[in-house]
Design a protein around this ligand. Structure first.
Ligand code: SF4
Length: 76
């Protein structure tokens, strides 16, 4: 049986975005504390804001990862 989102809430120490982001903006709208989507001509795609304390943001990070249409948001 799959675990629900609360059962999966564990400390997140690392978040990253792999290649393939399509700049849809969902990650930033779900969790702007962690994700910044760049839309400049020369640099596009989601980035992870440096230096963020992920404690208390686990649920939003997991939601963003699950909402990503190309599944490039990873965390551990
Ligand atoms: S949800 Fe996924 S595809 Fe959309 S901006 Fe974020 S990382 Fe990129």
């Amino acid at each position: 049986m799959a675990l629900n989102i609360r059962e999966r809430l564990v400390a997140i120490t690392k978040v990253w975005v792999e290649k393939g982001c399509i700049t849809c903006g969902k990650s930033e709208s779900i969790c702007p504390e962690v994700f910044k989507v760049k839309r400049e001509k020369w640099v596009k795609g989601a980035t992870v804001i440096e230096g963020v304390d992920y404690s208390g943001l686990e649920e939003k990070i997991i939601k963003a990862a699950e909402a990503c249409p190309v599944e490039v948001i990873k965390y551990e």
